[in-house]
Design a binder for this molecule. Structure first.
Ligand SMILES: [Ca+2]
Ligand SMILES: [Ca+2]
Length: 200
């Protein structure tokens, strides 16, 4: 796989730090790569949970792959609690993932709540997100409730962030299915890849 130069640059810094650690601890890390949907390798969280144990954020990473809404199969943040922004976040259990694209199935007939959403890939769980903005719904029309968003970025977190709400309820996030596609790769493997392909 060929990585964009911005990714290579960031990784080079991480590689230098990592190699130092390796000298001290002489840790041999094995390469483990997972293809395609990476959501089995982590957990989801969200700003608030509507309906107690229902509308769990992890509903969004489990089937069915559908826009059909039910509190048992979709995530749903509380309405009117925090008018500034609502969010849904996926955290990888691995240190680093290379994310190629993100597929979203939003609640059917509720595109107006999806309006204004942003997708970030970050290295921290900070809110508002502090990282790479993969996509922002900035046009005046309503977004398509089923989307595939290219990203091509390294990170530990994927954050769906929405600060755009209506006057009645404020921002609300209702995700019925999310797939995060890419590769999970230990940094050691990434560094060896860069060393082989990019260093002069
Ligand atoms: Ca819009
Ligand atoms: Ca919105």
């Amino acid at each position: 796989m060929v990585y964009p130069m911005k990714v290579v640059s960031r990784l080079s810094v991480r590689c230098n730090n990592m190699l130092l650690v390796m000298l001290i601890h002489t840790i041999l890390q094995l390469s483990v790569t997972a293809q395609k949907n990476l959501t089995p390798f982590g957990i989801a969280s969200q700003s608030t949970v509507y309906g107690g144990t229902l509308s769990n954020p992890n509903n969004a990473i489990l089937p069915p792959i559908s826009n059909d809404f039910d509190l048992n199969i979709c995530s749903h943040t509380k309405d009117g609690i925090d008018p500034s922004a609502d969010w849904w976040m996926f955290q990888f259990s691995f240190e680093l993932a290379y994310i190629t694209d993100i597929t979203i199935y939003y609640r059917t007939e509720f595109a107006y709540r999806m309006d204004g959403f942003k997708i970030y890939v970050t290295n921290t769980s900070a809110i508002p997100p502090n990282g790479y903005l993969c996509y922002e719904d900035s046009d005046p029309g309503l977004p398509n409730i089923t989307q595939n968003i290219p990203c091509y970025e390294l990170g530990k977190y994927v954050i769906y962030y929405d600060a755009t709400g209506d006057e009645l309820y404020g921002p609300v996030v209702e995700l019925c299915y999310v797939a995060i596609n890419g590769e999970i790769t230990f940094e050691y493997t990434m560094c060896m890849h860069i060393s082989h392909n990019y260093r002069t």
